[in-house]
Ligand binder design. Structure first.
Ligand code: ADP
Length: 259
């Protein structure tokens, strides 16, 4: 929100100009909005895994459970702890970015290397999905970027593609060289996104409010982190989706060959 204040300057009875003062009044309201979203996300997202960890450990301490049940409960405790760790690390990430404390070490490299590495890493976490690379592997896709940020960017997109395709299936990761840009895309065939949600998707804490998303769980921070990374690299990120038929996320980064 911008507040505009205008005053006409008059010299010896003649108007000689106008002073315009633009005051950005966004930060306060934005901080307030963030705070209330933070409170509601934290109360929901932290409470659920914590109460499940508490409940299962209590059961295990009080009762003599057989090895099968113990193992199942341990797995739940393990999964929920992972969720908590992810949540805390997302929060810290956003905070670091917002406060300008995040440093980016940019170098020119072939984005294909990070793409291959991330595909391998994420493929190892799922048997239900097939991660497929769609790129000319003889080609280089040069970007001037912070390598870790690129890992995080693609990592978040792949994480979502897996998460929001609960029935498994293909995930296609594309790399294309355009004249001025390198295009990185992630396509899945999962639950998809309602058109009414796409304008808000990259906002902090935004989650599509439907039963699919609620069941799947998350912080609503992953895509806002992606957006911030892309912005830092003078790129763009957009989404195309058909509800019930998956989503396509497209990132454009400046082509470093053209520099
Ligand atoms: P999170 O997944 O932790 O909720 P994100 O910021 O990564 O947060 O995503 C925001 C929301 O966008 C998600 O809650 C989900 O509703 C929707 N979304 C993101 N990626 C996908 C996808 N590949 N398919 C369907 N919905 C998605």
């Amino acid at each position: 929100f911008i507040q505009v204040y205008a005053e006409e300057i008059v010299h010896e009875g003649q108007p000689i100009g106008t002073i315009l003062v633009f005051r950005d009044v966004t930060p306060e309201t934005e901080v307030d909005r963030m705070k209330s979203e933070l409170v509601s996300t934290v109360s929901h997202e932290l409470r659920t895994p914590l109460s499940s960890i508490y409940g299962f450990t209590e059961l295990m301490l009080k009762r003599d459970l057989g090895p099968d049940r113990s193992k199942r409960y341990l797995q739940t405790i393990h999964d929920e702890s992972k969720r908590l760790t992810d949540l805390v690390s997302d929060f810290l990430n956003v905070q670091r970015m917002e406060s300008g404390k995040q440093s980016y070490e940019k170098e020119v490299f072939n984005l294909l290397d990070v793409v291959k590495e991330q595909i391998q890493f994420h493929q190892a976490t799922t048997e239900q999905h097939t991660l497929q690379l769609d790129a000319d592997q003889g080609q280089t896709f040069l970007v001037e970027a912070d390598r870790n940020s690129m890992r995080q960017l693609l990592g978040n997109l792949l994480n979502n593609a897996v998460k929001y395709s609960p029935d498994g299936g293909e995930i296609i990761i594309g790399l294309l060289e355009h004249d001025a840009n390198i295009e990185l895309s992630v396509r899945d065939f999962g639950v998809g996104i309602p058109v009414s949600s796409t304008p808000h998707l990259f906002s902090k804490f935004y989650r599509v409010d439907n039963s699919d998303s609620r069941k799947i769980g998350g912080t609503g921070l992953g895509l806002s982190i992606c957006k911030e990374i892309v912005r830092e690299h003078d790129g763009t990120i957009e989404v195309e989706s058909v509800l019930g038929d998956g989503a396509l996320f497209k990132v454009m980064l400046p082509n470093a060959t053209k520099k």
